[in-house]
Design a protein around this ligand. Structure first.
Ligand SMILES: O=C(O)CCC(=O)C(=O)O
Ligand SMILES: [Fe+2]
Length: 397
């Protein structure tokens, strides 16, 4: 009898133990799901500071797993380091990746860039953004729009952020007041015209020269921004991206964009600590208190328009309007936002080039051989430009 009771107690303890263990996993899982979700939906991100439950703290592998190092990097990006340090880590990371790639013969050679490429990186270095050639012609955009007709988008159930989960629907069936609709990555990356854009040799070489390292394409997105009455936030508030220490984004409009259709806006000269320091010294000359307040404020991830306009003059704001096809590169370490559309919806295509792969993004690896003749350019990975092959390796094999 006693032994049965003891056995039962043991079982109860074990079950409780398992429950606690599982709970720890669930909590950890939730943290990661939440983190991944917040990052995917580009919502405001809190610093990742809380210790994660680790069942194997006494294991020799503790803190040696890649996952632990990824958490450390995420923490450094999302609030652990200030702008100066983030830029310095970015430089170091770029050197690390460039040296590692050079060991395999993959070299970034800025002197080989075309004159247009040279001009683009000069503008990126100075202002932080640059218009480039249109990535698609109007006829190609008509083709793209026809192709997208039967493709579903992901949308947030509450219209504007991931707090209430997300669903999928065709554009015509979206609930009223939906702010965003995101196409699915395989639908984007498997389509010839987007495949061509992602494999654009000039583009990849220009970005490589700017980042001073072989870049990795960490995100490819295509999304609608709609006029809406639900609250705005996230990427429609001024912010700086913290997906990597050093990155560069391509934006392409697939609809005409005017002041009322949600133009992208960028505050020039805010991308780089050294440039911003020069700017701030001149702006707050003989006013150390305001200078200090400015640097404290700069560390906020999201910023209201009023504050931004009180610090930066109007002529420092680049508001990207233009006909469909308009394309530009931007160093999104600088302050930027998508203006909420007031009248017309905006469809935008984006490629994020990063130095390190973004650890919170997952991709469905597409096979070039299976895409076959549907895509332009060499379907055989071995015959691709090596920088392009490297840049696209998270998405295509
Ligand atoms: O919608 C926009 O123009 C803003 C997008 C943005 O912030 C980003 O892609 O990092
Ligand atoms: Fe952004």
């Amino acid at each position: 009898m006693r032994s049965v009771r003891a056995l039962m107690t043991l079982r109860a303890l074990r079950i409780a133990g398992i429950k606690i263990f599982l709970r720890a996993y669930v909590i950890e899982g939730r943290c990661f799901a939440k983190l991944a979700h917040a990052l995917n939906s580009r919502q405001a991100m809190q610093p990742v500071t809380s210790p994660q439950p680790t069942p194997d703290i006494f294991s020799p592998e503790f803190l040696l797993r890649g996952q632990d190092l990824q958490r450390l990097i995420l923490m450094m990006l999302k609030g652990g380091l200030g702008k100066k340090a983030r830029d310095e880590v970015g430089e170091t990371a770029a050197r690390f990746v460039a040296n590692s790639a050079a060991g395999y013969g993959l070299i970034v050679d800025e002197s080989q860039l075309s004159q247009t490429g040279q001009k683009t990186i000069a503008a990126l270095r100075h202002a932080g953004c640059a218009y480039i050639k249109n990535m698609f012609s109007p006829a190609e955009i008509d083709e793209i729009l026809a192709y997208l007709n039967d493709k579903p988008v992901r949308y947030f159930n509450n219209g504007h952020d991931g707090a209430a989960g997300e669903s999928r629907a065709l554009i015509e069936s979206l609930p009223t007041n939906t702010r965003f609709g995101y196409y699915l990555e395989p639908d984007i990356c498997g389509y010839p015209l987007f495949y061509r854009a992602v494999h654009d040799v000039d583009l990849v070489h220009t970005v490589a020269a700017y980042l001073q390292t072989p870049p990795t394409i960490s995100t490819v997105s295509l999304w609608w921004s709609f006029p809406s009455e639900v609250p705005t936030g996230g990427m429609q508030l001024f912010h700086h991206d913290r997906g990597d220490f050093r990155s560069c984004n391509l934006f392409v409009y697939l609809t005409d964009v005017s002041a009322t259709s949600g133009p992208h806006a960028f505050v020039k000269h805010t991308q780089n600590f050294a440039i911003l320091t020069e700017w701030a010294k001149a702006r707050f000359v003989n006013d150390p208190i305001s200078l200090n307040n400015f640097w404290v404020w700069m560390e906020n991830h999201r910023k209201g328009d009023k504050e931004v306009y009180s610090f930066f003059p109007q002529n420092q704001l680049e508001v990207f309007t233009g006909p469909r096809g308009t394309s530009f590169l931007e160093d999104t370490r600088g302050l930027h936002k998508g203006t909420p559309p007031e009248v017309e919806a905006r469809l935008a295509f984006e490629i994020v080039f990063s130095t390190l792969p973004k650890y919170n993004e997952t991709h469905t690896l597409l096979s070039r051989a299976e895409l076959g003749s549907a895509v332009t350019g060499p379907p055989d990975s071995n015959s691709l430009d090596p920088l392009v092959r490297y840049a696209t390796r998270l998405i295509y094999r």
